[in-house]
Design a protein around this ligand. Structure first.
Ligand code: GUN
Length: 281
């Protein structure tokens, strides 16, 4: 039976330490979140981020816009936040309404305040094997979780299903930077299970039920990034947990695995950006 990669437990441990550190800071870090449109999941995520930030002593402001907001209005707000020395970190909640070019909006964020690590500057650093100001939250959370359980990465075959800018691409690069051999699979990949069966570490970030027991070899480490509601309204991930946990060595549950680690990373990133801002000015 697989050992559970317990994201809630690690999140709580991180928060305990972070709260003490934030208490000692000369002023409270501030996280600004831009929420445009009325995607119901985004609203839940943003409320959760705000509540968590406040519990840890981080100021949090949420700036909401209707779904017909213009791109220029978002760009103007980002410029204002970039220039506001009381703002430590800026997050633009994704997805944005369709008429808005998300890359333009994200790239308007100053790299020093880019708490998601998604700007061209920060992702460029990551993909060049250099240090960005901060790493994207979900990939960072996944690596923290693997490290907490002392799972070896170097020399292992890591298979990532999904190639999004938020998860698939950056987590692949972070694993590569740690000397894993990385294969990226996606919706056009042929014979997916032939590839996943060779994985020592399998990371699934699809948002659909794709990974069953026939997809993994014995003792594989399985990280489930997907989260969605099935037809009965039950929260679930990409992985058939009950089947796969019989032969995996480690497995992250949904909920309680990667989700709590994403939010832990967001708070860690906010604190890191604050510390860096104190040094450079
Ligand atoms: N939407 C879903 N996950 C994320 C995330 O990690 N960051 C942002 N900005 N938007 C998201």
């Amino acid at each position: 039976m697989a050992i559970i990669l317990d994201g809630k437990k690690l999140r709580d441990k991180i928060f305990e330490e972070l709260k003490t550190k934030i208490n000692k800071m000369p002023q409270k870090p501030s996280l600004a979140v831009i929420l445009a449109g009325n995607d119901p999941s985004s609203r839940i995520y943003v409320n959760n981020k705000k509540k968590t930030a406040e519990k840890l002593g981080i100021n949090s402001i949420v700036i909401e816009y209707p779904s017909d907001v213009s791109q220029n209005e978002l760009l103007k707000k980002i410029e204002e936040l970039n220039n506001d020395e009381n703002i430590t970190a800026i997050l633009v909640q994704l997805p944005l309404p369709e008429h808005i070019d998300k890359n333009t909006v994200i790239d308007a964020i100053s790299p020093q305040k880019d708490v998601d690590g998604l700007t061209s500057y920060n992702s460029g650093k990551l993909f060049a094997g250099e240090k960005p100001y901060v790493y994207p939250c979900t990939p960072k959370g996944i690596l923290l979780l693997l490290d907490e359980y002392n799972i070896e990465i170097e020399g292992k075959h890591a298979v990532v299903i999904g190639r999004s800018n938020l998860v698939g691409k950056p987590v692949s690069q972070m694993l590569l930077n740690r000397n894993a051999t990385v294969t990226i699979c996606h919706s056009k990949t042929k014979n997916l299970s032939d590839i996943t069966k060779t994985a020592d570490i399998l990371i699934s970030a699809v948002g659909k039920n794709v990974v069953g027991e026939k997809f993994i070899k014995n003792n594989c480490v399985v990280v489930d990034v997907g989260i969605f509601r099935d037809e009965n309204g039950k929260l679930r991930g990409d992985v058939e947990f009950n089947e796969v946990s019989k032969s995996a060595s480690y497995i992250s549950p949904v909920p309680g695995g990667v989700g709590p680690m994403t939010i832990a990373s967001l708070m860690l990133n906010t604190a890191e950006l604050f510390n860096r801002s104190q040094i450079s000015f």
